[in-house]
Design a protein around this ligand. Sequence first.
Ligand code: ADP
Ligand code: ADP
Length: 222
Amino acid sequence: HPAIILSHVCKDYANGLRVLEDINLSIQDAQFVSLVGPSGCGKSTLLRIIAGLGRLTTGQLCWGTQTAPRKLAFVFQDAALMPWATVQDNVGLPLKLARTSKSVATAAVAEALAMVDLQGFEQCYPQQLSGGMKMRVSIARAMVTKPEILLMDEPFGALDEITRSKLNTELLGLWTQKQWTVVFVTHNLYEAIYLSNRVVVMAAHPGRIVADVAIEVPYPRP
Ligand code: ADP
Ligand code: ADP
């Protein structure tokens, strides 16, 4: 079933610049799609539009179908944690905003932290954690509401090569278990091919889709 459908989407910024030109994209449930292309081609703009964070100038966007809308979560490149709050409170924030009861929230936070292997760090503050751990907290916060769609904007871009490759393997393991729909923005082609089963290539000025490739994974996944 379709998880995300974009039809004839164009985006102009207030300064008149056309950033996205006639984007047509249909992403199925449980697909892992990477969005690649040169810097400035509109990958982040497109991901924000998919997230509902940016208005589109023309065209249409749907998440799932009217009868079965899909719930989504966004993971930002810089982890975007609240420095004054513990890991427990950072991960629990979406549940607090949704007024989830405390007992349900505590159990959901524990489950999300277990998924990213961070049990025991509940009372730590972000500045006590490494970059990789902060990213894991950010992924746990995205998972805590049990979304069907996970949108990630260069989530591991600021990390060193070893941490990045470790987190990629973990993400792939989680995806294999949970079968989320993932849209993953990266400028690293190797990463895109390693992670995804579909690579969508964009070009710039204006941002548009120039290739859409299915990847058959030739090696065993975690
Ligand atoms: P990418 O993620 O592929 O690097 P972006 O989506 O960040 O590309 O940006 C696409 C283009 O739109 C760039 O040329 C950028 O400078 C421009 N841009 C981004 N945001 C705005 C904005 N709010 N107003 C005007 N131009 C913008
Ligand atoms: P919209 O709400 O129409 O989607 P955005 O939230 O994308 O607009 O952008 C709001 C404003 O932020 C833009 O009109 C622009 O003035 C400013 N802006 C943000 N990023 C950039 C950028 N990279 N280049 C130029 N202007 C920017």
